[in-house]
Design a protein around this ligand. Structure first.
Ligand code: NI
Ligand code: MN
Length: 238
């Protein structure tokens, strides 16, 4: 049974594995490009890359309603539990890996900030390296380019999800270098076109990824989905 990966705009991804439904950085209510609402979403686990409002988004509401487990760095997990009254949290930190029912999660470095919406300290921002039954998925979170992506790539990434919006994160040009470092088989762009300041030509970017032979790019529409099937990625009908 394949794993379905759905982009909900910005950095929000829904990953439906045979062993659980995951939401990464669920940002619906204040997301100008979202086509779904937080109230429609369900999850077994919610994974958060960092504390910024466009990433923690609707996580607390969805977690309280569904009982989903929130997985994040220690500071963000603590805030979710103590101030947002989320019942089930799992704190991790950079370099740590843990096996969950749906697969394993490793938190990786990211170069960014992580302050929570109320000004609380959100610790250090992270990326997510997920080992699922159908393959290895890396969601970089919000980050600039860093050389240690070479080390992360040693995991043998099937699908990398990278920000290309520029201004707050790496832009299209640095993301090409990131793909070279990570050496994933497939790549999906995110964190662009949510607002004017991060507007990018994703199709132009994808052409460069293809021309340079770096990986197979997949530019999704909001709501678009991919199937990951034992390391192979293909488009799915929405
Ligand atoms: Ni951010
Ligand atoms: Mn962001």
């Amino acid at each position: 049974m394949a794993t379905t990966i759905i982009w909900h705009g910005h950095s929000t991804f829904e990953i439906v594995t045979p062993r659980g439904r995951l939401l990464i950085d669920p940002y619906f209510t204040d997301n100008p490009v979202a086509k779904r609402t937080a109230a429609e979403m369900s999850a077994d686990a919610i994974l958060l890359t960092h504390g910024h409002g466009d990433h923690v988004g609707d996580a607390a509401e969805i977690a309280r309603r569904t009982g989903a487990l929130v997985i994040a760095n220690f500071e963000v997990s603590h805030w979710m539990e103590q101030t947002q009254k989320v019942r089930h949290v799992h704190a991790m930190h950079i370099g740590g890996q843990h096996a969950f029912p749906f697969g394993t999660v490793r938190l990786t470095i990211a170069h960014h900030g992580s302050m929570l919406p109320d000004g609380s300290n959100g610790g250090n921002p992270c990326g997510l390296l997920l080992t699922l039954d159908d393959g290895i998925v890396y969601h970089a979170g919000d980050t600039g380019l860093f050389l240690d992506m070479q080390l992360i790539g040693e995991a043998g990434i099937d699908l990398a999800i990278l920000p290309i919006g520029d201004n707050y994160t790496m832009g299209p040009r640095d993301s090409l270098q990131a793909i070279e470092f990570l050496a994933p088989k497939h790549v999906v762009p995110c964190h662009y076109n949510t607002w004017d300041i991060i507007r990018q030509d994703a199709h132009g970017w994808a052409q460069k990824v293809s021309d340079e032979g770096l990986a197979t790019p997949h530019v999704l529409e909001v709501g678009g989905r991919l199937l990951l099937d034992v390391g192979a990625v293909r488009a799915a009908d929405s």
